[in-house]
Design a binder for this molecule. Structure first.
Ligand code: ZN
Length: 43
């Protein structure tokens, strides 16, 4: 078994629990801060 959900952001290489959530929800393996800087979401 390979461990794929390691919570490491592909943008900043930091570990954050938001990474796996963003991977599931948006398909991007990035943390919240990178998600905001990369994509504009209307709040
Ligand atoms: Zn990041």
């Amino acid at each position: 078994m390979k461990k794929e959900l390691d919570n490491i952001c592909e943008e900043c290489k930091k570990e954050d629990e938001s990474v796996s959530q963003n991977l599931i929800m948006h398909g991007y393996k990035i943390c919240d801060s990178c998600k905001i800087s990369k994509t504009i979401f209307p709040v």
